[in-house]
Design a binder for this molecule. Sequence first.
Ligand code: ADP
Length: 187
Amino acid sequence: MRLLIMGPPGAGKGTQAKAVADGLSVPSISTGDIFRKNVEAGTMLGREAKRYLDAGEYVPDEITNGMVRARLDELTEGFLLDGYPRTVAQVEALDKILADEGTTLDRVLVLHVDQDELVKRLTGRAESDGRSDDAEHVIRRRLEVYSEQTEPLLDIYAQRGLLVLVNGMGEVEDVTQRVLAALHQTG
Ligand code: ADP
C-alpha cells in the first residue's frame, strides 16, 4: 500500500499518519519530522531547513525531493507519506521516484477540518509543544502557503481518481477508524 495523507496544518496529519500506518503495517514518513530532527541534530540539512521552518515557508523543492528520494529508496514495501508532496514540482518528483521503481500511488487521504478548529488546534499546540513554527503570525503564513501551493494538488490527485476524503473533526481514535474504514470501502 502506497499512500499519501494530506490536509492543512493542524488537520492532524502527523497523528493520523502514525496511527493509520500502524494499522496497515507500513512505515509513516513525515517530511516535517525529518526536517525537525535534522534541525535539532544540527546537520547540514537542518541548518539549511531551519530558516524556512521558522518562517512558515516551504523548504526548497530540490532539498526536499532529494531527501524523500533517499528515504523511499531504502524501502521495499509500502509507505504512508505525511507532508509530501506539497508543491506541483514535488508531485512530479514523486511520480518520477515511483516510476523508477515501477510503482504508483494507491490512494491519497485528505483530512478535512474547519478553519476555526485548525487555528484553535495550532494555537493550543504552540502552548503545549513549543514548536517554533506555531507562533501566531507563522501559523497564519503556513495556512496561506498551504492554500496557495498545496491545495491545488488535490485537483491533480482527484483527476487521477485517487482522493479519499475523510472528516478530521472529533476524537483522534474516531478519525483513525474513519480513515481505515474509508480505505476499506474504496477497495
Ligand atoms: P504542518 O503540516 O502542521 O505545518 P509539518 O511538520 O508537516 O507541519 O511541516 C512543518 C514544516 O516543515 C513546514 O512548514 C515546512 O517548512 C517544512 N516542510 C515539511 N514538509 C515539506 C515539504 N514537502 N516541502 C517543503 N517544506 C516542507
